[in-house]
Design a protein around this ligand. Sequence first.
Ligand code: 5GP
Length: 202
Amino acid sequence: MAAGLLVVLSGPSGVGKGTVCRQLLALRPSLQLSVSLTTRQPRPEEKSGCDYEFAAPSHFQKLISEDAFLEWAVVYGHYYGTLGKRVEENLLQGTDLLLEIDVQGALQIRRRLAEAVLIFLAPPSMEALRERIAGRGTEDAVRISRRLKAAQQELAAYQLYDYLVVNSRVEDAAAAIDAIIAAEKCRVSRGARPPASGGEQR
Ligand code: 5GP
């Protein structure tokens, strides 16, 4: 059985990663979304074990000291991380896994797992990003400018990724990522092979 594909999607806050992921999972139901651990508080609509696993900072620190994370990062003052064992188990079973993580985490994966496919989701413009962050209504003016400043730095990292997808329309962005996954799964270097010979004569 071929190993599963590890797909990493990242991009600045407000670019629409969550919406694009949901659309992508609808297009490709065999893709599993990896559930991260975080020390931030759950939002009202979030379920533990589904959106995130919510952990106490002391538990997160313990897992860091045990080297349990494939990657982890501090994002806006909270810890976020992906458990290595879980990723390994899924990939060995042939399951394709989607990680929706920040740029710091994606670059750690780049160093540790060269075969991962890194996709950067970019906004159509900085103005569109500002409108999306402000439109969510969850951030005040100071936080919006902090996120936009962080976004400028994150955008500069796109060159370290394998693919760049611009999220002008969610459906198009999801379709582009779906096509990237389809193409990666056809790579001979990833183990794609023709069917075994059935002994037919020419
Ligand atoms: P939020 O708290 O809004 O769900 O996520 C904040 C940021 O943390 C987003 O950019 C999201 O992609 C990132 N994030 C979520 N899970 C992980 C993770 O496991 N590792 C890293 N490095 N970033 C994560």
